[in-house]
Design a binder for this molecule. Structure first.
Ligand SMILES: [Zn+2]
Length: 374
């Protein structure tokens, strides 16, 4: 049994300044704000902040590793993000040939069997709008197809947890209700949907908006589009908070609708943490300049070079969210999206001892998974 003290604890009920947190068996057993009994194994963190481990539900790679390259690269990319505080990962796979996507799902199934911190897969395609495909390879986009979906879900062996679909495509609404029935979260994204078409997608069962504002029509006063439909729905809202994908005011705008539905994601690609240069994303060439990843051919944003600690820090310091709301967006809300709220996502008794210790500037000092510092 260990008691951590000496840092500010960000709990769902607020910040415990001078609080303590007791760990045993890889779990948080108790926490509080009063003095700690002296007989215990007390470890002082010497300042900073203690927050729950981050949960990234949309990420493609990092540290030079692309999840679609091989099982080894997938594992190495996940490990890279753990150093930045991501203690649970939903691996995003892009539109590809059906065989290739199934093979990548096979790697994921094998990795997740040995590592329960891999929460599953997000399929970002292939049922997307060509006009909003961003850096995805348009040659691999498909119209909604139930047989193809069945093959993908089969290859994922119940680890496909979310799937991005453009709701305006023929057959999309039926596919969204199929996903909901199969226990997979349908996400509206990479879409040219009108406000009404997007509303139909949410009514059919979609519970998530894939990188809100990006890869969907801009908000116009006579054509509010998928973004406003998403904001008005009960769906969770992914945000790529890197200062490039959107203005911080747009995050405050989303927070004004549903603070408890915001999800900080990275959408990170392999160049994350490596530097500028030439890379590939889903098989297409991508150029990274000043940390901005863009498809070499079209100039579209091609994912980000963000890490979860960076997204969190920006949410507090640049966007101005209360730190409790930023913690919820990086941990508690994605845990609820994935149905893991009873296992992780907050500093609370009974939940996994997945912790990030941040310094006063909100930079990562150490990451704990299952009660062990890494
Ligand atoms: Zn993505």
């Amino acid at each position: 049994m260990t008691v951590l003290t000496g840092a500010r604890l960000v709990t769902p009920a607020g910040v415990l300044d001078g609080g303590w947190l007791r760990l045993a068996g890889g779990r948080i057993t108790e926490l509080g704000g009063g003095p700690v009994a002296s007989s215990e194994n007390v470890v002082s963190l010497d300042g900073g902040w203690l927050v729950p481990g981050f949960i990234d539900v949309h990420v493609h790679g990092g540290g030079g590793h692309d999840f679609t390259a091989s099982a080894e690269e997938m594992a190495a990319g996940i490990e890279f993000h753990r150093r930045h505080g991501t203690t649970r990962t939903l691996v995003s796979l892009m539109a590809g040939a059906l065989d290739a996507m199934c093979e990548q799902l096979g790697w994921l199934v094998a990795l997740a069997a040995a590592d329960d911190r891999i929460a599953g897969a997000h399929l970002e395609g292939p049922f997307l709008a060509e006009s909003r495909c961003g850096a995805q390879n348009a040659a691999h986009l498909q119209l909604p197809d139930r047989q193809m979906l069945a093959k993908l879900l089969d290859a994922g062996q119940s680890l496909v947890r979310t799937m991005t679909v453009a709701p305006e495509l023929p057959g999309a609404l039926g596919l969204i209700s199929d996903l909901a029935e199969a226990g997979v979260v349908a996400a509206v994204g990479h879409t040219d949907a009108s406000y009404e078409q997007a509303q139909a997608g949410f009514a059919a069962g979609a519970r998530l908006a894939t990188h809100l504002y990006n890869a969907m029509p801009p908000i116009r006063h006579r054509a509010p589009g998928a973004a406003i439909a998403a904001l008005e729905s009960a769906a969770f809202l992914e945000l790529v908070n890197d200062g490039v994908h959107m203005h911080p005011a747009m995050i405050r705008h989303a927070a004004g609708y549903r603070m408890d539905r915001l999800l900080l994601i990275t959408d990170a690609m392999s160049a994350t943490g490596v530097g500028d240069g030439s890379y590939s994303l889903g098989g297409l060439p991508v150029t990274v300049v000043d940390g901005q990843a863009r498809a070499a051919e079209t100039g579209s944003l091609a994912g980000s070079t963000l890490t979860m600690d960076g997204a969190f820090r920006r949410a507090v310091r640049e966007v101005g969210l209360p730190i409790e709301a930023a913690v919820a967006a990086a941990s508690g809300n994605p845990a609820r999206l994935l149905g893991l709220g009873d296992r992780c996502g907050a500093l609370a008794a009974g939940l996994a001892a997945d912790l990030v210790h941040l310094d006063d500037e909100l930079a990562v000092r150490r990451v704990m998974i299952d009660g062990r510092w890494r």
